[in-house]
Write a protein that binds this ligand. Structure first.
Ligand code: PLP
Length: 434
């Protein structure tokens, strides 16, 4: 069958079922960093299914764990009885989590519901209602996680009202820094802006939690300045507010550390969420937190029948094995350095390449109008479509930022090939061929 036949069939039943966002491609299989469509075309995947397949597509060890577990037991809800892989994973994951002191967790099926759970536990434990989160953040698609999200999505307006008790403060993205400001001046100004609501209409002792992606994903792959995050962390502690992080996109080795918060010194969240690559893309997530916080709500405070299912938790155990055995943290770090060198070279070569940010294999490359330095969504879009034609999958976030999040198992040869394609696409743009 052809891609077009599936995507544009007469009654549109296929197409409406799979809502095509970017490219006319129907994926049939994947191996490592390579995707194959139904026509046999191959692509190098620099997106890793939105950072949910850090171990690569269909990693043999993960596949084996899934099939072995499926033969033994596909499902029994952890709401009533423990199952072996879920119990083993709970121990392993709470040990890995950067929580200070004993930790506990609660399972979910997606990053979105894990963030809802985080809000439930924060409110339940503190007895306070308000939630502070950041502009540009994406925390998910359920009502709680949407309410905490700061990306201005049209859908939020149409589906409102969202939940009450949610407040946004500006994320200190580099594009908000004035040209005359030093890094310290910028941090101080952004922290003053952070405090503004607390100084005016939002009593700190009514705030349950501050939730942040230490490195924003959909916000443009952008890291909060360390000094800024430390100030926010200190502020939270001083006011009895829980400090929580969303590691759904940036966790599981993406940035060269298990968790993106480990890019910062001495910050230990009270609560955190993890999902996406946790089970190499199978639906599994968790909110992990200090034991007393998770245990403060009586069951069934946060129960979904299939969450913590034996097959998904067995896949997560295998995922952690692969990350450890194949040294994927070091690999992410090393290939990230190489990728930064490449994109910096592109910045030298093409005047529409702006700021290049890279944290392990986690990159954001701004595409800008060379005359104004402002976002150029049109050129960014043209570039990713040209890359697709040439066999490389990349998408944009925030309109003009190339999102670089390949599977951590990508080979050096595949990476080099992808770089050649990116260079070619940029050259086509520079010379008016696209
Ligand atoms: N949190 C972050 C940082 C994300 O990037 C996402 C998804 O893109 C989510 C939460 C929501 O996860 P899910 O799509 O699995 O519900």
């Amino acid at each position: 069958m052809k891609n077009q036949e599936i995507l544009h069939d007469e009654d549109e039943s296929f197409a409406s079922a799979s809502r095509i966002k970017y490219f006319d491609m129907v994926i049939e299989s994947g191996e490592g960093a390579i995707l194959k469509d139904v026509e046999g075309n191959e692509y190098i995947d620099l997106l890793a299914s939105a950072s949910s397949t850090n171990t690569g597509h269909s990693h043999p060890h993960v596949v084996e764990a899934i099939s072995e577990q499926a033969k033994k037991l596909i499902q029994y809800t952890p709401a009533y009885f423990a199952n072996l892989p879920a119990a083993q994973l709970a121990k392993r994951l709470t040990d890995l989590a950067p929580i200070d002191g004993p930790a506990e967790l609660s399972w979910g099926n997606s990053g979105s519901d894990a963030n809802d759970a985080l809000i439930k536990f924060a409110r339940g434990y503190t007895g306070r209602q308000d939630v502070v989160s950041f502009t540009g953040a994406y925390h998910g698609s359920t009502y709680g996680s949407m309410s905490a999200s700061g990306v201005s999505l049209n859908m939020n307006r149409k589906m409102g009202p969202l939940m009450s008790g949610f407040y946004k403060v500006p994320f200190p993205s580099p594009w908000y820094r004035e040209s005359y400001e030093t890094e310290d001046e910028f941090v101080d100004r952004m922290f003053e802006e952070f405090k503004l609501p607390f100084d005016t209409y939002l009593p700190a002792d009514e705030v349950a939690v501050i939730l942040i992606e230490p490195i924003q994903g959909d916000g443009g792959i952008v890291k909060a300045p360390e000094k800024y995050l430390k100030k926010v962390y200190k502020f939270a502690h001083e006011h009895g507010i829980l400090f929580a992080i969303d590691e759904v996109n940036q966790g599981m080795g993406r940035t060269g550390k298990w968790w993106s918060i480990q890019q910062f010194d001495g910050i230990y969240p009270d609560l955190m969420t993890v999902g996406k690559s946790l089970a190499s893309g199978l639906p599994l997530s968790a909110v992990i937190g200090k034991k007393e916080i998770i245990e403060s709500l009586d069951a069934p405070a946060n129960v979904y029948t299939t969450a913590g299912n034996p097959v998904t938790t067995a896949a997560a155990m295998a995922t952690i094995d692969v990350i450890e055995d194949e040294h994927l943290l070091e690999r992410s770090e090393r290939l990230g350095v190489k990728s930064k060198v490449f994109f910096d070279r592109m910045k030298e070569k093409y005047n529409f390449v702006g700021d290049v940010r890279m944290y392990g294999l986690d990159g954001g490359i701004d595409i800008v109008d060379p005359k104004t330095g402002k976002s150029d969504v049109k050129v960014a879009t043209k570039l990713i479509y040209r890359m697709f034609e040439l066999g490389v999958i990349m998408i944009t976030v925030r309109g003009n930022v190339l999102r670089f999040q390949p599977p951590l198992v990508i080979t050096e040869e595949q990476l080099e090939k992808a770089f050649d394609v990116i260079d070619q696409a940029m050259d086509d743009e520079a010379n008016g061929r696209i």
